[in-house]
Design a protein around this ligand. Structure first.
Ligand SMILES: C[S@@+](CC[C@H](N)C(=O)[O-])C[C@H]1O[C@@H](n2cnc3c(N)ncnc32)[C@H](O)[C@@H]1O
Length: 375
C-alpha cells in the first residue's frame, strides 16, 4: 500500500512548530515529555506504543488525505446539588479568567470540515495532526483568538487566560485512555463530559462506547472548531443497529444522517469553566447532569481550582464519577495532584481515590472523585 502526500511541509516551519513549549516551565517541559510519550503509545495491556501508530488505509468518508506521519505531537462550597453557581472572584480572576462561554454549532457540511485535513491514527482513534493545524494558522492568520501565533511568539503552550493548551494532546490523556480501556469502563447510555477536552480523545472514547450524550468543553473556541469537532467527525461511524429487526441474525445496520447523529449526541462548548457551568445550567436545551466527567491535565494552575471544583460540583450527577488524570506536580505553574486533593478535602464535597500511579518519567496519577455520601 502506498500513500500519496498531497501537501508539503516546510521543514523550517515544522521545526519551529514542534519546538513550541520547549521553554523553561515544568508544564512546558512536560509537554515535551508528552510528545515523547505519545510516540510510544499503542493501547495494549494499558500501554501505548507508537510502533503501531499507523494510518488508516481507507480514510473515513470525506477524508481526502491521510498521509503517513509517524509522530503525533503534539469550583466554592457545597453547591453539589444546586443549579445555581455563586462565587466571589478576586480581581485577578475577574480580569483574566472569565472568558465568556458559548456553544458551538455542529457544522452542516461535515465532510467539508475534514476535507484536506491530515489525519493520524492511533489504535481505535483518529485525530487531526496538530502541527499541520498550527502551521495552517501561522500561514493564514485570520483566526479570531490568534492563539497559535501568540503561543508561538511566547514560546509557550500555556498563556494564562488566553491560551490554555488545547492544541496539543497531553501525556495524561493516554494514561486515562489506557485506564478506561483496561478497566472496561462502561459508557453506554451515560451522559459524559470531556472537561478541558483539547483534542477530545477522552470524549471520543465515550462516544465510541455508545454514551448517550457527550459534551466537549475547551477554554479556546479555536480548539473546539479546528481540532475537537473535526476529531469527533473523523471518529464517528454514524451507524446504529436497527431496533425494528429482532432476530439477531437479521440485525441490519442503518446509516444515520451524520449531522443528526452528531447533533443528537454531541455538544461543544468553549469558555472559562465557571462561565461554561452557568451556560449549560441556564441553557434552553434540556440539561441533565453528567454521569461521568473525564478530565486530563486540567489542574496545573491552582488559581483555577475554585472554578474547576465548582464546575464539577454543579454539573456532576449525585451518583456520578469524575476520572481525573494529572501530573503529580507541575513545575513552574505550581499545581498538581497533592495540592488539588488537599483543596478538595478542605471543601468536603467530594471524596477522592487513587486509581493508578504511573511512576515513569514525570510521575502521573489517575484519581476518581465522587460526592461524599451523607447518611
Ligand atoms: C493542558 S490542556 C489539556 C488538554 C487535554 N485534556 C489533554 O490532556 O490533552 C488543559 C485544558 O483545560 C482547559 N482549561 C484550562 N484552564 C481552563 C479554565 N480556567 N477554564 C476553562 N478551561 C480551561 C483548556 O482549554 C485545555 O484544553
Amino acid at each position: 500500500m502506498t500513500f500519496q502526500f498531497n501537501f508539503t511541509i516546510d521543514s523550517h516551519q515544522e521545526n519551529e512548530l514542534t519546538s513550541l513549549g520547549d521553554e523553561t516551565s515544568g508544564l512546558e517541559s512536560s509537554a515535551k515529555t508528552s510528545l515523547l510519550g505519545s510516540q510510544k503509545g499503542n493501547l495494549k495491556g494499558g500501554k501505548w506504543s507508537s510502533e503501531e501508530c499507523y494510518l488508516s488505509e481507507e480514510p473515513l468518508w470525506g477524508c481526502k488525505s491521510s498521509p503517513k506521519l509517524q509522530v503525533f505531537q503534539d469550583y466554592d462550597n457545597s453547591l453539589a446539588n444546586s443549579d445555581e453557581i455563586t462565587r466571589d472572584l478576586g480581581p485577578k480572576e475577574k480580569e483574566s479568567y472569565l472568558k465568556v462561554a458559548k456553544e458551538h454549532d455542529v457544522p452542516k457540511d461535515l465532510k467539508k470540515v475534514v476535507e484536506d485535513k491530515v489525519v493520524e491514527v492511533i489504535p481505535d482513534l483518529q485525530h487531526m495532526n496538530l502541527s499541520i493545524v498550527k502551521m495552517a494558522f501561522l500561514k493564514d492568520n485570520s483566526c479570531g483568538e490568534d492563539i497559535v501565533s501568540k503561543s508561538f511568539s511566547s514560546h509557550s503552550d500555556l498563556i494564562t487566560g488566553i491560551y490554555e493548551g488545547g492544541l496539543k494532546v497531553w501525556e495524561c490523556t493516554f494514561d486515562l485512555l489506557a485506564y478506561l480501556w483496561d478497566e472496561k469502563i462502561q459508557f453506554a447510555g451515560k451522559r459524559v463530559l470531556d472537561l478541558g477536552c483539547g483534542a477530545g480523545l477522552l470524549g471520543i472514547i465515550a462516544l465510541k462506547g455508545k454514551a448517550k450524550e457527550i459534551h466537549f468543553q475547551d477554554y479556546n473556541s479555536t480548539v473546539i472548531d479546528e481540532v475537537t469537532i473535526p476529531n469527533v467527525i473523523v471518529n464517528s461511524t454514524f451507524e446504529c443497529e436497527d431496533d425494528e429487526v429482532n432476530e439477531p441474525d437479521l440485525k441490519r445496520r442503518k446509516i444515520l444522517n451524520p449531522t443528526q447523529e452528531l447533533c443528537i449526541k454531541c455538544r461543544f462548548f468553549s469558555g472559562e469553566w465557571y462561565e461554561f457551568s452557568k451556560l449549560v445550567l441556564s441553557s434552553k436545551k434540556a440539561f441533565a447532569k453528567y454521569d461521568i466527567i473525564l478530565t486530563s491535565e486540567t489542574i496545573y494552575n491552582p488559581s483555577y481550582y475554585s472554578s474547576f471544583h465548582q464546575t464539577l460540583a454543579s454539573l456532576l450527577d449525585e451518583n456520578g464519577q469524575v476520572f481525573l488524570a494529572s501530573k503529580a506536580h507541575y513545575f513552574g505553574v505550581g499545581g498538581g495532584i497533592h495540592l488539588f486533593q488537599k483543596y478538595v478535602e478542605e471543601r468536603n464535597v467530594f471524596e477522592t481515590s487513587i486509581l493508578r500511579i504511573i511512576d515513569e518519567g514525570l510521575k502521573r496519577v489517575l484519581i476518581k472523585m465522587a460526592f461524599k455520601q451523607t447518611h
